[in-house]
Write a protein that binds this ligand. Structure first.
Ligand code: PMP
Length: 310
């Protein structure tokens, strides 16, 4: 992912500004304590480059605003206002590639203590980056089970995308990549499977799609919900339940899903081959349908796309 956005504009301090001017103080609490949360939304460019299809924008905004409830703070914009900010910024930046949107709510004041009471209202910003594949989707990913444990919902709520919690993701990703894997699977404190560092996980056993329950210290992914709906329409049974580490080793198929990861299949876990080591039949159905959906090639799921003319 690019660290520097080639898109000129961002939304910052209540207006559209040059991304270079969207700056906050080194003393702010989001910098010092990670007191912020964010979203990650994809916009897919149409084949004729005439518009961007933003995937499940309303669902992303709803989850984004739920984080305010979890932290007990407010964001000054409503759902509809945030949606309008997305659409306006898309037009301002007029992307020519697939785009990643990052809405961000953050504590911008500089009081010394990590106390949310001093921040009843979080500031809001939105910026955009070009984004292709975050993980390979055409070849299998070799992944490991991390020695780090996923941050629990009662420590830093995993149901929200809280900035500071991503230090945990970063540690797991660092360890995985140093050891030659593309991604890590984190367990919870009880040793059961949660998810990847920024993506949910599915395995297939005996024709059933299995994924850790939403009570398993995971982020409730919007792509995960998308997989449920595709599976339902394809008559593939889904089970949301606790998953043991060793189930990963005997799974017939496995894949990650997320806004960044999209649908990225897994060929090896901890050096053990998953199934035949190729993308399995259920993974293929989910993956192909997913890419048809986000590219606007499936009428059945068109309601998930917000079309923005650019
Ligand atoms: N888990 C974590 C920790 C994530 O950061 C993400 C990415 N937002 C996901 C799962 C996948 O969620 P979504 O499908 O909504 O992008």
């Amino acid at each position: 992912m690019s660290a520097h956005s080639p898109f000129k504009y961002s939304f910052f301090k209540d207006r559209v500004v040059d991304i270079e001017d969207a700056k906050i103080s080194i003393m702010s609490k989001v910098v010092q304590y990670g007191m912020g949360w964010f979203g990650g939304v994809r916009g897919y460019i149409s084949d004729d480059s005439s518009h961007v299809n933003i995937f499940r924008l309303d669902d992303h905004i709803e989850r984004f605003l739920n984080s305010a409830k979890i932290l007990g703070v407010n964001v000054k914009y409503t759902h509809d206002e945030i949606k309008k900010i997305f659409l306006d910024l898309t037009k301002e930046n007029s992307p020519s590639t697939d785009t990643y949107y990052r809405p961000f709510a953050y504590a911008d004041n500089t009081d010394i203590s990590p106390n949310l009471l001093q921040n009843p209202e979080f500031a809001f910003a939105l910026y955009m980056l070009p984004l292709g594949d975050y993980l390979p989707t055409d070849q299998g990913n070799k992944v490991c089970v991390s020695s780090w444990r996923r941050v629990s919902d009662n420590a830093i709520p995993s149901r929200a995308k809280i900035s500071g919690a991503y230090v945990n993701s970063a540690l797991a990703k660092q360890e995985a990549q140093k050891n030659g894997f593309s991604e890590a699977i984190e367990l919870d404190e009880a040793g059961q499977v949660t998810e990847g560092t920024a993506m949910n996980l599915f395995i297939v056993r005996n024709g059933v799609l299995i994924t850790p329950a939403s009570s398993s210290d995971i982020l409730e992914g919007i792509t995960r919900r998308t997989v449920f709906e595709i599976a339902k329409n394809e008559n593939i049974p889904v089970s949301e339940r606790a998953v043991d580490r060793t189930e990963l080793y005997v799974a017939d198929e496995a894949f990650f899903c997320g806004t960044g990861a999209q649908v990225a299949w897994i060929s090896h876990i901890d050096h053990r081959r998953v199934g035949s080591g190729t993308a399995g039949p259920i993974t293929k159905i989910i993956k192909e349908t997913f890419f048809d959906v986000v590219r606007g090639k499936s009428d059945k799921y068109k309601h998930w796309l917000t079309k923005v003319k650019i």
